[in-house]
Design a protein around this ligand. Structure first.
Ligand code: UDP
Length: 270
């Protein structure tokens, strides 16, 4: 796939990348394999790229947080994480080929690291969790290269010290688990200073990989019921999860009030 760079490095994106805009939020229509190929190309290129994993909560947050929306829409890759995004892309007539969940991406990149020596850094989550996730991945994929892990904090006062700490290890891949939108805004703010070719916001992925939180069973993931698993295992999140039905309703409503703008799906206000 061709790569193009606009500006110095914060707005680098892949050209020829088909996207769908869901309620004004970009999601790239890429397969898992294309994602991995693109990420490898970013690493070969060496300049920093931001990757976001978009789910319905992101889309709803981005309705009122315009900075977050801008970060997603200007990222190098906006991946379709979440069954809701998969469904919405189909409903709008611009289907994403498959889902690319953040937690699976972390595992596949660890596997690639074992094969190709890519240097990975794990930032975020509760103290000890990032290191535990890294250790789990190293035992699962012997040879995977972990150059650092640090709980850190997204607080602005810690910014410079964390960037310095990461730069010192010269990673190819940086996973950031501060939750959305904090992690994605943090990456956008520090992308150029970090200089890491692949910077991905990964939400609760470290918690799942480290076994701190249970991952939904494979059959539930396959049929897209992770949200239900989340609701029963983390019932305190019910308020946040109300974003899901609101998302569905908004997508249905937007379609019925929308004159199909083919061939260009991006709304003109972007
Ligand atoms: N987290 C963190 N610092 C913060 C807020 C959150 O390290 O200030 C971590 C939290 O421990 C968890 C991760 O961010 O590991 C993702 O949190 P959440 O479950 O809210 O994200 P989601 O998976 O819903 O995107």
């Amino acid at each position: 796939m061709l790569l193009d760079s606009c500006g110095r490095c914060s707005i680098q994106h892949a050209v020829d990348l088909p996207s769908v805009y869901i309620l004004g939020v970009r999601v790239d229509r890429v397969t898992f394999q294309q994602t991995l190929e693109l990420l490898e190309a970013f690493i070969a290129q060496g300049t920093p790229h931001q990757i976001v994993t978009v789910n319905p909560e992101f889309v709803m947050l981005a309705q009122r947080n315009l900075e977050f929306r801008k970060v997603i829409n200007q990222s190098a890759l906006a991946l379709p994480d979440g069954i809701g995004v998969w469904w919405a892309s189909r409903h709008l007539g611009y289907p994403v080929p498959e889902r690319v969940p953040g937690v699976d991406l972390v595992m596949r990149l660890a596997q690639l690291s074992a094969r190709k020596g890519y240097r990975m850094y794990f930032l975020g989550a509760m103290p000890g969790v990032a290191a535990r996730a890294a250790a789990v991945l190293q035992s699962r994929f012997p040879g995977a290269v972990v150059v650092g892990s640090y709980a850190g904090s997204p607080r602005i006062e810690e910014n410079a010290a964390i960037v310095q700490r990461i730069r010192a290890q010269n990673p190819d891949i940086l996973f950031v688990a501060f939750g959305a939108p904090t992690q994605d805004l943090w990456i956008a703010r520090n992308l150029e200073a970090l200089g890491v070719p692949v910077c991905v916001g990964v939400g609760g992925s470290f918690d799942y990989i480290a076994g701190v939180r249970p991952l939904a069973p494979q059959w539930m993931r396959r049929v897209g019921l992770e949200w239900f698993h989340r609701l029963i295992t983390q019932p305190w999140r019910w308020r946040r999860m109300l974003a899901l039905p609101v998302f569905v309703w908004r997508v249905l409503w937007s379609k019925s009030n929308w004159k199909d703008p083919r061939p260009a799906n991006p709304p003109s206000h972007l």
